[in-house]
Design a protein around this ligand. Structure first.
Ligand code: ADP
Ligand code: MG
Length: 373
């Protein structure tokens, strides 16, 4: 089921006398979620992710704008008539019911032609339990399950009504690191097997990047960028997006454009034919540094961290935000630095320029120094 948001806006009235004006939790969202895809809504806490999800499922009604499922306008439809399955962070299972009864629960209130017999309900429950791999646990109570198993029950319960759309709000936040990884792979598998259009909300960029077909990056109720995870990583629209995606994070420098060169401190690092002179913010991905080539950016070596095939070269540079930069170097065949000063050349496709005032990306053509001489 394709989902379309048109000028979707949600404003909350101000709370108390001290706060000024309203909060615009969701501001003029316009996008389309293609049928059968998994979309990650990504942004820091308070950026409007849950509000967006609650608008789509109907728990909140928008201040402005419309929501379509396929060609149906569902904006005014009650939540129970939208055909959505919901999964929250805190599972919200009934503690006194068995797993089986928890999963069956949403089927018990079906009316009219949708009404199912006891046998049919059981059969459906076992089908989804099999899908999320908890058939062995059907007679247990929630407290006899691990967090990961409880979340699987919650997913089974959301799927049992065969929803048109599956909405997951930070479903992995209560799980420990290992289970989080495992369960996110599971969610991806289940989504691919069922082909249900799914929206997955998270503040964790790693999580969103690893399982989404598309990510929507949000900040303060405003969409910053929409695209395939790799596309957004390779081509961030602004400084916020560049900083939000990537582990280890992008390195940020204050740079200067002079004589068609990009300078970091006193070092000319790249040729920039088409950007006006002045100060810019420079983002360099950790994998954008090379120890070979026409090395131009000089830094003071602080330490090397060996991680299997890759080595993190941690350096000090006065122009770098926080004073320290981290370069990831493929150590095979590259002699590692053993002097106090390290010199890097840069991969132009891993370097982004942003306007100092607004953080907006400066579209430009960056060229290695060697290719110009
Ligand atoms: P997220 O899920 O991304 O953390 P939310 O969608 O929960 O963010 O909240 C977005 C903004 O809207 C926040 O500033 C939050 O304080 C505000 N907000 C959310 N729900 C309400 C509400 N019921 N009343 C007033 N403000 C709200
Ligand atoms: Mg939230």
């Amino acid at each position: 089921m394709k989902i379309v948001l048109q000028h979707l806006t949600k404003r909350f009235p101000s709370r108390g006398k001290k706060s000024h004006g309203e909060v615009t939790a969701v501001s003029d969202f316009n996008f389309e979620i293609p049928d059968g895809k998994l979309v990650g809504l990504l942004g820091p806490s308070g950026c409007g992710k849950s509000t967006t999800l609650n608008l789509i499922c109907g728990l909140l009604s928008p201040t402005e704008g419309k929501i379509f499922f396929g060609s149906d306008d569902v904006t005014k439809l009650a939540p129970e008539n939208r055909g959505v399955g919901l999964v929250f962070q805190n599972y919200a299972l009934y503690p006194h019911l068995t797993v089986l009864k928890n999963i069956i629960f949403p089927l018990e209130n079906l009316k009219g032609t949708a009404k199912l017999s006891k046998e049919e309900m059981r059969e459906r429950a076992y089908q989804v339990a099999k899908l999320v791999q908890i058939e062995e646990l059907m007679d247990r109570k929630p407290k006899e399950l691990s967090g990961g198993q409880q979340q699987r029950v919650a997913i089974a319960r959301a799927l049992v009504k065969m929803p048109r759309v599956l909405l997951l709000d930070e479903p992995l936040s209560n799980l420990d690191a290992r289970l989080r990884l495992q369960t996110r792979e599971e969610i991806r598998r289940i989504q691919q097997e069922t082909q249900i259009t799914t929206i997955f909300v998270t503040h964790d960029q790693d999580e969103a990047m690893s399982i989404s077909d598309l990510i929507v990056v949000m900040k303060d109720g405003i969409i910053q960028q929409i695209g395939a995870p790799q596309e957004v990583y390779d081509n961030p629209a602004n400084l916020f997006v560049a900083k939000f995606l990537g582990t280890p994070p992008i390195n940020i420098f204050l740079g200067t454009i002079r004589n068609n060169r990009l300078y970091i401190g006193e070092d000319a690092v790249l040729v920039v034919p088409d950007v006006p002179e002045g100060e810019v913010v420079v983002g360099i991905r950790p994998e954008g540094f090379l120890l070979t080539g026409n090395a131009s950016l000089s830094c003071a070596l602080k330490r090397l961290e060996v991680m299997g095939r890759d080595v993190s070269v941690v350096c000090a540079n006065a122009a770098c935000e926080g004073g320290t930069l981290r370069a990831i170097i493929n150590a095979e065949g590259t002699p590692l630095p053993n002097t106090e000063t390290v010199r890097f050349s840069l991969k132009p496709q891993k370097v982004f320029l942003f306007r100092k005032e607004t953080g907006e990306r400066i579209e430009c053509n960056l060229v290695p120094l060697t290719e110009v001489k």
